[in-house]
Design a protein around this ligand. Sequence first.
Ligand SMILES: C[S@@+](CC[C@H](N)C(=O)[O-])C[C@H]1O[C@@H](n2cnc3c(N)ncnc32)[C@H](O)[C@@H]1O
Length: 279
Amino acid sequence: MPQYGLVMTRETAVAHWERTDLVQTVLEALVAAGKDLDRLGVDDLAATDQFHGGGRPVTIRLAERAGLDRLESSAGSLKVLDVGGGLGGPARVLAAHYGCVVTTVDLTPSYVEVARVLTEKVGLQDRVQHLIGNALDLPFAEDAFDVVWTQNTGMNIADKETLLQGFHRVLRPGGTFAFQEPMAGEGGPLHFPVMWADDISSSFLRPPNEMRDLITRTGFRMRSWDDVSENMATSGMPPPHAPQRIIMGDDRLRLIAAAGQKNLAEGRLVTIHGVFTKI
Ligand SMILES: C[S@@+](CC[C@H](N)C(=O)[O-])C[C@H]1O[C@@H](n2cnc3c(N)ncnc32)[C@H](O)[C@@H]1O
């Protein structure tokens, strides 16, 4: 069986991620963690709004690797598109710590709703906007962004050719494409469940060398390529206000964590930080 599957509909993807009453659940979790909802800062959200392995430290790592503090934009602030922006955590970090103006696009309506509420609560609504949309059909003009950013989003997407062509189209020439992406390791097929799929039918990972070649063929020049799999290691359950617990629930998360540890230890799953320039 191939390591990446063939068919997954948009509806299946949304059904996997979507949750009801998510705004209320997230706000209650923040209060239970001792946060004052009337005095929230971006840093107060760090444990709750970064929905990927490695949490906020790896978002910062990728931003540093991409040189976001050094990149220039004709508009003054870097215009960033975060594809699969989730609860908006990475976008708020890029706005608050690197002065970026960020647009996120995400397929899952309840995540976009949470993202908007949290962005408003920390007062970043003038710099960060959140849209519902599909990564495979980005609703933006050519060359619209200085940076295309994505973390842990492509795993559900089989058609990586179309995905990358879309990133290339909306990025200006000389712009930066920065990503964190789980990929298929050499250790064999994944153990399931993983965060993004219950089985192989909705998991679409390709090996790192295939991905690097594909990205290059799409019209990007590589600046850096780092295996950050070790940064994904976990020990024990995250705090109750972590997105993994809020969204997956404890029982399911235990299964995901057990499979994840085996996938990492057996080299079945690798996570890559890549930074490329649009030629
Ligand atoms: C693990 S979460 C990562 C969220 C965010 N990037 C972060 O790191 O905090 C995966 C996200 O990908 C989104 N997603 C999956 N397929 C998508 C697609 N085709 N278009 C847009 N978003 C998608 C999901 O809705 C979910 O928010």
